[in-house]
Ligand binder design. Structure first.
Ligand code: GLV
Ligand code: GLV
Length: 308
């Protein structure tokens, strides 16, 4: 029986399976535990950590956790965790790939179509009493079926997005770490640039001022990867000054984006609060996998999905 800390209450009943075998504390609040609260738990004998993408698990925290034996994150992305520092201590880190691939790709398409066909802007007009009549030239967008979609990062989610946009009739180009075209060329060719790369030293700030200026006034940016892949201030200027036609974001930098953040005053912007994997079905399956990973790590057996 090991001491486990789960940093948020998860949907479904997966955590009950963990609690059947181990001593489990679940952080009860809507907001994540503060860094101090997390450190206190880990310094105080926690052996198994089930964390969220909102919990920074750096080398210093791992060093301050003498009894930690297994980490499981309720996400596919692991940029919040120092995987190497955990590996050095022999601590396996589990994550939840595959199960969220199709759900995340659906969200990317929903955002792409929302900004290209101006659905949030239209919805706002209806609610504001500005739907006066059918108009020939109001709220015009651009067609996905005529577009060239540039996928940055053709991994699991990138490939699922490729299948979807090809189904819409769009042409696809891509840029990967080791394949596809250079990002500069993709930015020039694509009418829609959609990001599906992990956040690494190589991708942090990838979409900066120079990148946005390459895109062109009819091009859209969709970010469902990680906020810091895009330079927020450069994006704000790109929207305000019309370097690009619009942007749809499921992730931001900072995240969460405060309601009074200057980016939100920019035109042609759709923002969702990091909903990529947020379907009932997928979040329940992610909880099962996260619990399976932690149970395996604590039992000293191979994790179903290990990230380090
Ligand atoms: C969501 O962003 C995830 O990494 O699972
Ligand atoms: C969003 O729907 C916009 O076009 O502003």
């Amino acid at each position: 029986m090991a001491r486990c800390f789960v940093t948020r209450s998860l949907p479904g009943t997966a955590v009950d399976r963990l609690a059947a075998e181990h001593e489990v504390e679940v952080w009860p609040d809507r907001l994540p535990p503060s860094p101090d609260a997390l450190r206190e738990r880990l310094a105080g004998g926690v052996e198994g950590l089930l964390c969220m993408l909102t919990d920074p698990v750096g080398a210093d925290l791992i060093a301050a956790a003498p009894d930690l034996r297994a980490v499981s994150t309720y996400a596919v992305g692991t940029d919040n965790i120092d995987l190497a520092a955990a590996a050095e201590r022999g601590i396996p880190v589990g994550h939840t790939p595959d199960v969220l691939t199709e759900t995340s790709a659906d969200l990317a398409l929903a955002l792409m179509l929302a900004v290209m066909r101006r659905i949030p802007a239209g919805d706002a007009e209806v609610r504001a009493g500005e739907w006066l009549t059918w108009e020939p030239a109001r709220l015009l967008g651009h067609d996905l079926h005529r577009a060239t979609v540039g996928i940055v990062g053709l991994g699991r989610i990138g490939q699922a997005v490729k299948r979807r946009v090809e189904g819409f009739g769009a042409r696809v180009v891509h840029s990967g770490r080791t394949d596809g075209m250079p990002v500069e060329q993709l930015l020039e060719e694509a009418d829609v640039v959609t990001l599906h790369c992990p956040l690494t030293d190589a991708t942090r700030g990838l979409i900066d001022e120079a990148a946005l200026r390459r895109m062109g006034p009819d091009a859209y940016l969709v970010n469902t990867a990680r906020g810091p892949v895009v330079d927020t201030d450069a994006l704000r200027r790109a929207l305000e000054e019309g370097w690009i036609a619009g942007a749809a974001l499921d992730v931001t930098d900072p995240e969460p984006l405060p309601a009074d953040h200057p980016l939100l005053s920019a035109p042609n912007l759709v923002v969702a609060p990091h909903l990529g994997s947020a379907s009932h079905e997928t979040r329940a399956e992610m909880a099962d996998i996260a619990v399976d990973n932690l149970l395996a790590g604590l039992a000293g057996t191979p994790l179903p999905h290990r990230a380090n």
